[in-house]
Design a protein around this ligand. Sequence first.
Ligand SMILES: [Mn+2]
Length: 458
Amino acid sequence: MKLFSTETYINRRNALKNALGSGQILILGNNESPMNYTDNTYRFRQDSNFLYFFGISLPGLAALIDIDKNEEIIFGHEYTIDDIIWIGRQEPLHVLANKVGVATVLEPEKLATKISPAVMYLPPYRHDNKILLSNLLPISLDQLAPSESLTKAVINLRMHKAPEEIAEMEKAVNITREMHLAAMRATKGGKYEYEAVAKILETMHRHHAELSYPVIFSVNGQTLHNHYHGNRMEAGQLALNDSGCETDMCYAGDITRTFPVSGKFSETQKEIYTAVLDMLESSTALLKPGLMYRDVHINANRILLGHLKNIGLVHGDTEEMLAAGVGGLFMPHGLGHNIGLDVHDMEDLGENLVGYREGLARSTQLGLRSLRMARELETGNVITVEPGCYFIPELIEKYKAEGIFKEYVNYAQLEAYYDFGGVRIEDNVLITDTGHRVLGERIAKTIAEVEAVMAGGF
Ligand SMILES: [Mn+2]
């Protein structure tokens, strides 16, 4: 099992203890999750908060930090000979615990005797852990009350990535880069989407990595989370690939590229692709500490509307359109989110606690309301920048029928785009003291670069 240094985990827990001052903290690990019966399980994925503070990627663990008693305990079973028959010799739990700086390991049954009714815990997202908490405390499921001060303290730590975390994320992006190049090379007219997906997965597994989220690969890129891979790809279509891996230490990459099935962009595709690339590059260029990411999202919409106006798909005053939210019709999602141990980092802890703050409320406008990261950027944040432009016929038809934005949108012109699909381009970006750094080696993104990869150029 790959772990950071012992000091890393000790320091993270000390920082958490200092932030809270006193009390008892319970961090639950994940259990195996059955697919269709107990012994046939999904791939085990440890809880990210448990990984952050205790590193050990094994099922059935819990950890208790008692700040006042200065006690740290990991609860879990040591392997028995019955386990070893099936899974082979393993590093004993107490040895692993030692490696993350924890001296005490107790049987899980002891947890109930150590826990105080005022124990702080994070918002549980798996049903088995909800039931465990309900039994331990004991309170009914609907009375579970995660600690907001603990949650905020964990968010504040995990929002700021340390150099060893950034190195892992860079590794994830570089593997993801190869997955994307492989997908571009596997795409051509007459092939099926799943053939490109097979190349994505093969490339990933050759690096001993796993998916950080299910692959989105589709010629119907206008469907934002499209997991269907059964379409035959035809020259003239665009393929959108939003896929990423996590390393063996569970740090994620999340990259999107869009490319023409034929290997050559059409003029119409070039216009929209250029708009989205401009949104990506202009947004990225702005990034630095202190800048509100919501403003970057809004500015990306401004750029999009400028391009759409030039193309003749909208008309009117750009600032007026921006205020009305016209951009949401073409980009109904947010510009980006935090990324780290989770692809949507810490979404289990609450999207608004992670991406918003007091005095910064979430918008209700289509597009802006889906922005997960809105607050001021800080050194050590890692965020995705993922502008897009989509033509969703059902949405356009609905707005047209309801007369929404009729003073700005050239609905008649849009009909020619009903089979266009969508374009999204996404990078992962670290905020530094002086600005920002795009993580990983460059992944083909200009029209010339993408066409060169697809022609087998590099
Ligand atoms: Mn993303």
